[in-house]
Design a protein around this ligand. Sequence first.
Ligand SMILES: [Zn+2]
Length: 214
Amino acid sequence: MRSEPGGSGPAAGGAPLPHGGEPADATDPALETVRPGQPTPGRAARVGPGADEGLADPDDAGRRQRYELWMRRALEIAVTGPDTAATADDIPVGAVLYGPDGAELATGRNERELTGDPTAHAEVLALRRAAERLGRWRLDGCTLVVTLEPCTMCAGALVLARVSTVVFGAWEPKTGAAGSLWDVLRDRRLNHRPEVYGGVLETETAAVLRAFFR
Ligand SMILES: [Zn+2]
């Protein structure tokens, strides 16, 4: 079982990480300008603790409002489950995929215990369902909203699906691959990098997970 998420992630602004080191894969010189906790160069998206400062920009007020609304929907999925009955054993993580027009395309809730499938994470399920619905694997222009920072598998799947924007709630310092432990989503060696917004409704999303692990 995982430990409680929602703790503090790496320091923002390029400050040294706790324990005196950075993730091993971030020491590559090619990654020099993409340290976890820093915004993607040249883009508006921000990630890392304090990232909501970027979202709080008046110019982005409408976007922030929309992401919070979508996050509430993801929280609803986390708590109640989408199509299948939520099980008490599965960590309550919910994901929703929105199309370029803002229409809800698919939802997913972590079903690892329910299905015995190690890949049945909320994000993967939402991606699969949306791709099935649209009849294609490319999900350009889409936004994936998830209540917990994606793991390496889900971050990889989001890149492969060409999702344009990733919005997540609670930080996951132990396994997070969107800025905490790795930054798979914004690795400059990849030619597709989604915009990332972290810590949206962080208090609410972390509370749901805390209640589960209590
Ligand atoms: Zn995952």
